[in-house]
Design a binder for this molecule. Structure first.
Ligand SMILES: Nc1ncnc2c1ncn2[C@@H]1O[C@H](COP(=O)(O)OP(=O)(O)OP(=O)(O)O)[C@@H](O)[C@H]1O
Ligand SMILES: [Mg+2]
Length: 280
């Protein structure tokens, strides 16, 4: 793993904001002639919840892909606890403490709810799930340990999901699939969880339940940080202490929701007449 130390600059940044766990500096991502993300600085302190909003195509998902190593930035760098992630592959970044969910579901539909969480543990080598799957006889104790831990995680996200741990993931309603993705992300024992539109496909009641689930997770894990991309303004107004606004790949706001909601671009995209046609 080629993680370089960069303590001095991080310490300076931390002075203003508290201990930083994740930082992106001057992140730019170009796809051919299109600049999806342009010169974006982003930071997250321990236990902080950051919201990201912006119109469709603003670069929100691309930014998450940069933070998780799925894309290598054209310019700029990402630091986890002060160490540069330059050259570190995505699976190692996941193992180092950045977990995520995707905008479109990536569950294994033909596996059970419980097995989907167990699979999420594979980046934690100490759990040795892959070994256990390949050599079931020799690793039975380890598999039992993983299953126990997966049950705990399911319970912590949603007791209802835990009760349905043996059904196929494909048979779950959309809202529960999103919850299961969060449980799977937590299986890597992350320092930060990045959620890409967790409430998509949910009605208002499900979204309220999701907000309560995330609030409960925060109480249980006060050091766990979240970056949440959302179009649902109730969630954005409730959970994050700070909201970043992206527009055409640039950061145009980074403050409390009360402040950024006043931005004309936010009013137009979310709070004005165009809001209903925008919702993804
Ligand atoms: N792999 C890629 N190759 C080429 N262009 C891409 C790629 N990924 C994203 N883009 C483009 O980059 C821009 C930003 O896309 P991105 O998916 O990050 O937006 P977003 O803010 O997440 O939008 P949405 O709210 O619709 O999910 C868009 O113009 C998109 O078409
Ligand atoms: Mg997106």
């Amino acid at each position: 793993m080629s993680i370089e130390s960069n303590h001095t600059q991080t310490a300076q940044a931390a002075k203003a904001t508290g201990p930083l766990v994740l930082e992106g500096r001057g992140l730019t991502m170009r796809f051919g002639g299109l600049t999806a993300v342009q010169g974006v600085d982003i930071h997250l302190a321990t236990g902080e919840v950051l919201g990201i909003i912006g119109p469709n195509g603003a670069g929100k998902s691309t930014l998450l892909n940069l933070l998780t190593g799925i894309y290598v930035p054209t310019e700029g760098e990402v630091l986890l606890e002060g160490k540069s992630l330059k050259g570190v592959p995505a699976y190692e970044i996941a193992g180092a403490g950045i977990a995520r969910t995707f905008q479109t579901s990536r569950l294994f539909g033909s596996l059970s709810v419980l097995d989907n969480v167990i699979i999420g543990m594979h980046s934690r080598t100490k759990c040795g799930v892959i070994t256990a799957l390949l050599r079931p006889g020799k690793s039975k104790a380890e598999m039992n340990r993983c299953a126990e831990r997966a049950c705990e995680l399911l319970k912590s996200v949603s007791h209802d999901l835990f009760e349905r741990r043996n059904v196929l993931a494909s048979s779950l309603p959309q809202a529960d699939r999103r919850r299961l993705e969060i449980a799977r992300a937590l299986a890597t024992e992350p320092k930060i969880v990045l959620l890409d539109e967790p409430s998509s496909g949910m009605d208002d009641r499900d979204t309220d339940a999701l907000i309560a689930d995330i609030q409960r997770l925060r109480e249980q894990n006060p050091k766990l940080g979240f970056i949440i991309i959302e179009h649902d303004m109730r969630l954005i107004a409730t959970l994050p202490s700070r909201v970043m606004v992206l527009d055409y790949g640039r950061k145009i706001g980074d403050d409390t929701f009360e402040v950024v909601r006043q931005l004309p671009r936010v009013q137009e995209a979310y709070l004005g007449r165009k809001a209903s046609s925008h919702h993804a």
